[in-house]
Each structure stands twice: as C-alpha cells, then as structure tokens.
Design a protein around this ligand. Structure first.
Ligand SMILES: CC(C)=CCC/C(C)=C/CC/C(C)=C/C=C/C(C)=C/C=C/C=C(C)/C=C/C=C(C)/C=C/C=C(C)/C=C/CC(C)(C)O
Ligand SMILES: C[S@@+](CC[C@H](N)C(=O)[O-])C[C@H]1O[C@@H](n2cnc3c(N)ncnc32)[C@H](O)[C@@H]1O
Length: 370
C-alpha cells in the first residue's frame, strides 16, 4: 500500500517554530539520538498513542462493566477460569480483557495469579453516576462511528433522541423517558453538587430556586450543606413527577417550562446546573432574561456546568462534552467568557468565573441582578 504522501514543507513563517521542527524528518532523527530530545519524543509518542488508542481503552472498560467483572471482583479475588464461567467469556479472550483492565489500573493480579479489584476500579464502582454514564455511552459511540459524517451534520444522531426533552414540543408526557433521563442525571449529580458548593458560598443566602433542577438531586445536597435555606425546584411537569417523596416536604416543586412560563419569584438566589449547555443561544438568552426578572435587586445567579476552556481548549470539556452536546444537536459547551457575555446581555452584572478543579465535573459562573 503506498504510504500517504508526506505533508508539503511549510512555507517559512506559516507555522510556529516548534511545529516546523516537529514536521522535520531530520529533527525526528536527531530526537531519536539525543537523550533529552529522546525523552521528549518518547513522551509525545505516548501521548499520541493514548489519543489513537483511547477508543479501545473505553471499550475495554465497557466490556468490564457489561460483563460485571468489576462488580464480581468487588466480592474478592477470582481466577481467570472462575471469571470465565461467571462472565460467559472464553478464558483466552477474557485473559486479554483482564490484562487490559490491569494495565488501566482497574484490576490487579495477586501472587497466585488471581484477579482482584484495584483502587481505581473500586473508585469507579463507588463514585456515583460513573457506571450508568459508561453504560449509556454506546449511544454516542454509534453516533461517532462515521466521524466525518457526524461533523458534517450528515448523521441523524441517536443521542438527540436519547434526551428529547430539550426539543420543546417533544418534551411530551413521556414519563418513562423522563424518568430514565432524570435517573441518569440524578446519579451523576453528587460530584457536581460537591464541586458547585465548594465554589459558591450560599451561607448568607435565604432562598434558592434551582431551575431545570431535575428531580431535586442538587437541592438535596444543598439541603444537607445549608439547612437554613428555603428551597424551590422548577422543571418540566413530567420530570417533577419523579421527585422522590422524601424530598417533597423540604423542596417546593414548581412545574413549568422556562421556554413559555414565567419563573417563580421570591428566591434571592437562582441556580442553573447543567442546563445552559443543553440549549442554543436563542433559548439561553430569553431564559437568562427570565431568571434576571425573577430575582430581586442584588439577587445571585449560579451557573454550574462543564465549560469549554475557550482560548485554552480543555482536554476533557472541549473533547467529551463539546462533542457530546454537539451530538445532542441542541446545545453547546460554552466557555466561561461566552456565558459571561450571555449573562451581561441578559442584564446581569458582577459576573465572576470560578473554574472547577475538576473541569470534567463542573465549573461555575456567578452573577448578580443590579
Ligand atoms: C493514593 C492514595 C491515598 C491511595 C491509593 C489507593 C486509593 C484508596 C485510591 C482511591 C482514591 C479515591 C478516593 C479516588 C476517587 C476518585 C474520584 C472521586 C473520581 C471521580 C471521577 C469522576 C468522573 C470520571 C466524572 C465523569 C463524568 C461524566 C462522564 C459526566 C457525563 C455527563 C453527561 C454525559 C451529561 C449529560 C447531560 C446533558 C444531556 C448534556 O445535559
Ligand atoms: C441536563 S439536565 C440537568 C438536571 C440537573 N440540573 C442536574 O444537573 O442533574 C437539564 C434539565 O433541564 C430540564 N429542562 C429542559 N428543558 C426545560 C424547560 N423548557 N423548562 C424547564 N426545565 C427544562 C430537564 O428536564 C432537565 O431536568
């Protein structure tokens, strides 16, 4: 097979100096010989390989989750043959999967050759929401099977059908669908709430309205951290129908659509947690104006969601979340600066960006009604 033609030599000045170096076969030969450069080339090579093979790592994790290998080993170490019988996977291919799991530090192997759950695998099982997230990735995986068609907008994405509530009129009385969606969000909310409450001090606030708050998982965490707060929830009727009875005494539920209905007033603080990135600017603009109108003077808005790195693209949010929200065909993963621009246009002031120390969980932007 003919090798792909090498890229033409860059026009002088067309590329940055280091990029021009990396395009030079002579520099590559030099880097293979000189110790310092060899270390750098090896590191770049490993990073490139990780990008190339990432999809195989993800699918190996899916196989371990779907075959319940991690769950089985949580009860104690097991031999390949016993796991083979439990997982209905022949010993030889299973050994490949288990060695991959060990290479990814999800599993380990003890002195007798039995397989055990490693701390990273235990953390995966313990952190709320990770398993259901991995179990639903097949939807996005299928959407990306022809990536060029996907980015050309030629793919009818299954993910858009997975979360139909964002399509206004499609937010039908589909209780089972709303319940499935809300369960996935509620399970993944714990970390988001932890990081949001670390980034925003609600101790001096009086009443919090969580708009698009799903079945109340965020407010449940707020109630634990700030028992003094009066809490209200606003979301679609079919979503609020799934609010657990245990929360209903603590949280006032306000069914409605922020596309058509006014928001309840009375709260001095409103939160939008993982809401804006689901919608285009044409929906976000009026939503933020509605939030501003519902707040008193000096009232606070908290926006919390994974955000693009903007001018400095982030390897988690500008890959996973940006492509995920693109596959949904409705929203987009915005940078804090883009969100600040939308907030200012909606009438907010005092906009502050509070980057999360886990961008893949969430970051925050706060603002005030003048
Ligand atoms: C070194 C020491 C001290 C000990 C070593 C051994 C040991 C004990 C290690 C364990 C240490 C430990 C406690 C680890 C904890 C790890 C944690 C907390 C990991 C958290 C990971 C979180 C992740 C990976 C979050 C992923 C989130 C995802 C994939 C979210 C997806 C969200 C989606 C798709 C949202 C969709 C909504 C829509 C539709 C866009 O609106
Ligand atoms: C990605 S979920 C976030 C849920 C929750 N805030 C969290 O972080 O887990 C987006 C939420 O917005 C709600 N939503 C979407 N469109 C809405 C609308 N027009 N009016 C009210 N809520 C809406 C959905 O029902 C869903 O609960």
């Amino acid at each position: 097979m003919n090798a792909e033609p090498r890229p033409p030599p860059a026009r002088p000045g067309a590329q940055g100096f280091l990029t021009r170096l990396a395009m030079s076969p002579r520099f590559h030969r030099l880097a293979a010989r000189l110790p310092g450069l060899r270390w750098m080339a090896r590191r770049e090579g490993a990073e490139l390989f990780s990008i190339i093979s990432g999809f195989v790592q993800s699918q190996a994790l899916v196989a371990l989750v779907e075959a319940r290998v991690l769950h089985i080993l949580a009860a104690g170490p097991m031999s390949t043959d016993d796991l083979s019988r439990r997982c209905a996977i022949p010993p030889e291919p299973l050994a490949v999967l288990l060695r991959a799991g060990a290479a990814l530090k999800l599993l380990s192997r003890d002195r007798r050759g039995n397989w055990a759950l490693a701390p990273r695998g235990a953390a995966f099982l313990t952190v709320p929401g990770l398993e259901p997230m991995v179990r639903h990735h097949h939807v996005l995986y299928g959407d990306l099977s022809d990536p060029l068609a996907f980015f050309r907008g030629q793919t009818e994405t299954a993910l858009a059908g997975f979360w139909p509530y964002v399509f206004g009129p499609l937010a039908t009385e589909n209780a089972p669908l709303a319940a499935r969606y809300s369960r996935l969000m509620a399970e993944s909310q714990v970390l988001v709430a932890q990081d949001t409450l670390r980034l925003v001090d609600l101790s001096q606030r009086r009443q919090l309205l969580d708009v698009g708050g799903g079945t109340g998982a965020f407010l449940a965490e707020v109630a634990r951290a700030h028992p003094h707060l009066t809490l209200s929830l606003f979301d679609l009727p079919q979503v609020l129908a799934a609010v657990p009875d245990s929360l209903r005494g603590r949280i006032a539920c306000n069914p409605g659509s922020f596309r058509t209905d006014p928001l309840p007033t009375g709260a001095d603080t409103i939160s939008l947690v993982r809401v804006l990135y689901d919608h285009p600017d044409a929906v976000v603009g009026p939503l933020l104006a509605s939030v501003c109108a519902a707040l008193p003077q000096g009232g606070m808005l908290v926006v919390s969601e994974p955000m693009s790195g903007g001018a400095k693209p982030d390897p988690a949010t500008d890959v996973y979340f940006a492509i995920y929200t693109l596959a949904m065909r409705t929203g987009r993963t915005r940078s804090a600066a883009e969100i600040a621009t939308l907030l200012t246009a909606a009438g907010f002031c005092g906009v502050q960006s509070r980057p999360g120390d886990r961008p893949y969980v969430t970051s925050v932007v706060v603002a005030r009604r003048p």
